[in-house]
Design a protein around this ligand. Structure first.
Ligand SMILES: [Zn+2]
Length: 488
């Protein structure tokens, strides 16, 4: 059995002031055919899963390109065309193949193409013909179009947010696709449109129980696979919103019913899934009043992992105005300020302007006399087993507040973001991080308390206020009951 695999992945925030081109893919992750590491990346876990099968003699594997760009703004049209054509040419050269497995994110939007993954899967189908089995993995923060469903045989999606199960999702996709190619199963996709968009962390109720239920239904044989698309509210897509995917073994009506029932259960959770979000002042006051530290405050919307720059100064400005002491913040993305700090050197004092440069909504740049506490080249933090590049960094001190400036955009994943740069987090009262939920796992181990601060900025965090231009159907919370609207 001959199998081709490839991975093109990013998450496009169409409201972001950033733009994404080939350099962004190159800087984040780009592996030419044969150069994929043995360890999986978030969206390319199908590569190591397939290599294992190839080494066991089960398949002959032809690897294409694997690449990923940190979430950002609209993808440049030429960059999308280059990556798409590169992979499709590799596929044509690999023919004939029995199966194609793609590691995708599912929220990539390019200038002139609102459904990059749908276009890619459809092109793969046209090249291979109807007999080849096509398996795809997605991130749940994605847009599920009919085009994708009609052209793929198998779709699996990370169930967890934070996405701790990306390797299992790749394994499941490979397993089902190969079984289908051997005609052992007839994967049949049922999709239910939940017609809502919300933030659905699975580290807490009610989503924790919902994921456990999906796993139990898979384990008892009710379906070959069950996935929930959460949707990605920062992408202006006609397919925006939550959806349920059930893969049955040739039983469309049973699959449809299960997808409907799970979808309506998910719909009943609307508005109840998020932790409490505080104002900036309430979060800083509560953290400052805490008896023990460090209290971690997440700046949930200025999250580079959601495609914004991560250079908002609003929370820092408030902390400076409140004259808070013993606070450390990571990170503010400002390559120019990092360069100035490196030039000044550790221990130097200088008048520095930093942050607030990419958006009119992220606060003004801060002008202050700062001390350069630490400079580092090619700094990193960890996210589970993976190493996340931060680029050149500088730690600066203003009064009794320390700020980590970075030059490669990244959300905060782990406390070693601070400790690798010499910030002693155990002795700090307040740690501010930019991340929505991925920070939670590692920071929960060191935090006396975790608070979430909702700070408005360039991220479109309220769908009732966001100027979507491509919606094709009613969605909660934009309408109170999108199912009634349909029936009216
Ligand atoms: Zn995601």
């Amino acid at each position: 059995m001959r199998v081709f695999c490839a991975s093109i992945a990013t998450e496009t925030n169409t409201f972001s002031p950033l733009r994404t081109d080939f350099t962004d893919f190159e800087q984040s992750f780009y592996a030419a055919p044969g150069e994929h590491p043995e360890t999986p990346t978030l969206c390319s876990a199908v590569f190591p899963a397939l290599r294992k099968r190839a080494r066991a003699g089960e398949i002959e594997l032809v690897e294409g390109t694997a690449t990923w760009a940190e979430p950002g703004g609209l993808v440049n049209a030429r960059t999308w065309a280059r990556l798409r054509d590169e992979v499709l040419d590799q596929l044509r050269a690999a023919l004939p193949v029995d199966a194609v497995v793609l590691g995708l994110h599912g929220a990539m939007i390019a200038d002139g193409c609102v459904d990059c993954e749908g276009v890619l899967i459809e092109a793969v189908r046209q090249i291979t013909g109807p007999m080849t089995k096509i398996g795809v993995t997605f991130d749940p923060h994605s847009h599920l179009s009919t085009r994708r469903v009609e052209n793929a045989d198998v779709i699996t999606v990370f169930k967890e947010f934070p996405h701790t199960d990306f390797a299992e999702t790749g394994e499941n996709c490979v397993d089902l696709t190969l079984r289908a190619a051997r005609a052992e199963i007839t994967p049949t996709l049922s999709v239910f449109d939940v017609r809502m968009i919300d933030v659905l962390p699975t580290s807490r109720a009610p989503m924790r129980g919902f994921v456990d239920k999906m796993l139990a239904l898979e384990a008892d044989g009710s379906a070959l696979s069950i996935s929930t698309i959460h949707g990605f509210m920062a992408g202006d897509s006609p397919d925006l919103g939550a959806k349920i995917i059930v893969i049955s073994d040739g039983n469309q009506s049973a699959g449809d019913k299960l997808a409907h029932d799970l979808g309506m259960e998910l719909f009943s959770f609307r508005g109840t899934t998020k932790p409490e979000f505080l104002t900036v002042e309430d979060a800083l006051t509560a953290a400052n009043d805490a008896k023990t530290g460090p209290v971690v405050i997440a700046d949930v919307w200025d999250n580079p992992g959601g495609g914004v720059a991560g250079d908002s100064t609003i929370l820092l400005r408030a902390a400076l105005d409140m004259k808070l002491k013993s606070l450390a913040l990571a990170t503010i993305w400002d390559p120019m300020a990092v360069r100035l700090c490196h030039a000044a050197g550790e221990g130097a004092q200088l008048d520095l302007r930093f942050g607030g440069k990419t958006s009119a909504f992220a606060g003004a740049p801060i002008d202050a006399t700062v001390t350069v506490v630490k400079v580092a080249s090619d700094a990193v933090q960890s996210f589970g087993a993976s190493v996340v590049p931060l680029g050149d960094c500088a730690v600066i001190r203003i009064d009794e507040i320390e700020v980590v400036l970075n030059s490669n955009r990244s959300q905060a994943f782990s406390p070693d973001l601070f400790t690798n740069l010499g910030v002693d987090i155990g002795s700090r009262k307040i740690l501010v991080v930019k991340s929505t939920n991925h920070f939670h796992g590692a920071f929960a181990l060191v935090a006396s308390e975790i608070l979430y601060a909702a700070v408005n900025g360039p991220y479109p965090n309220d769908p009732t206020q966001t100027k979507y231009t491509r919606l094709t159907r009613p969605l909660w919370p934009i309408v109170a009951n999108p199912f009634e609207v349909e029936n009216a």
